[in-house]
Design a protein around this ligand. Structure first.
Ligand SMILES: Nc1ncnc2c1ncn2[C@@H]1O[C@H](COP(=O)(O)OP(=O)(O)OP(=O)(O)O)[C@@H](O)[C@H]1O
Ligand SMILES: [Mg+2]
Length: 227
């Protein structure tokens, strides 16, 4: 039976997919059989596929549909995209997704990428976070390192701790190559969040190196097995 963990971010565009693909690359290279799930996505390319799901499927070898069962065409908040097309989103739908997308028996780890930040609305009453809390999956936080990330990461970690979910740690993902006081910000994140920093991924539009992916996977596995 595969074990799931959830990847959230300090915001949309924090680098959840960038870091998830890097981690999966490192895990697969380490011989770990992985699957990915992006349960909800909004926004598609010309072929009608969500690009996050494509990026994750390219690493795990799954089909894009297997990675992303619920996809809305409009590139906006999923609950609004759902509403706009006369559809809806709910925790019950997500539970059904989990039943329908059972990973292969050989799969050891399933990475579940959220959408947006931790408190992503599903409808007027429910949040994606409610589902993760109910599943009791450990959570990995991607901090999009740019001006404002201290506030965003502290707010997110405060809420994750309030919810009582197991915390695997965070990845400091550098989004701004010219950020002033980058080293000081990374140091400040570490001392204020009081969480394991699994990796700092530098700004690299071409993607992380194999060595960075392998190092991330190694630190992840140490924290995952100890969680
Ligand atoms: N370390 C990095 N260096 C350079 N570019 C990056 C880095 N991390 C992310 N990016 C780029 O920033 C953009 C947003 O990243 P990504 O799509 O991974 O965010 P996300 O959190 O998954 O967003 P969403 O909420 O839409 O799922 C992408 O174009 C990605 O390639
Ligand atoms: Mg993404």
């Amino acid at each position: 039976m595969a074990t799931h963990f959830f990847v959230t971010g300090t915001d949309t565009d924090a680098g959840k997919t960038y870091c998830s693909a890097a981690l999966l690359r490192g895990l697969v290279a380490n011989g770990v059989r992985c699957a990915a799930l992006k349960p909800i996505a909004s926004g598609v390319d010309a072929a009608g596929h969500n690009t996050d799901a494509k990026a994750l499927a390219a690493v795990t070898g799954q089909t894009v549909h297997a990675v992303n069962p619920i996809c809305f065409t409009l590139p906006t908040a999923p609950h609004l995209a759902a509403q706009a097309q006369g559809d809806s989103l709910s925790l019950a739908q997500l539970d059904a997704v989990l039943v329908a997308t059972k990973p292969e028996p050989a799969c050891e780890l399933t990475l579940v990428e959220g959408a947006g930040g931790w408190l992503l609305p599903l409808n007027a009453q429910q949040y994606l976070a409610d589902w993760v809390i109910a599943q009791q999956w450990p959570v990995l936080l991607v901090v999009g390192v740019k001006l404002g990330c201290l506030n965003h990461s502290l707010l997110t970690v405060r809420e994750l701790r309030r919810a009582g979910v197991p915390l695997l740690g965070y990845i400091a993902n550098v989004l701004d190559p010219e950020m002033h006081y980058l080293a000081e910000t990374l140091q400040d994140l570490q001392s204020r969040l009081q969480l394991p920093c699994l990796a700092t991924l530098p700004y690299a539009p071409q993607g992380p190196t194999d060595a960075q992916c392998a190092a991330l996977a190694q630190t992840f596995l140490q924290n995952f097995n100890g969680s």
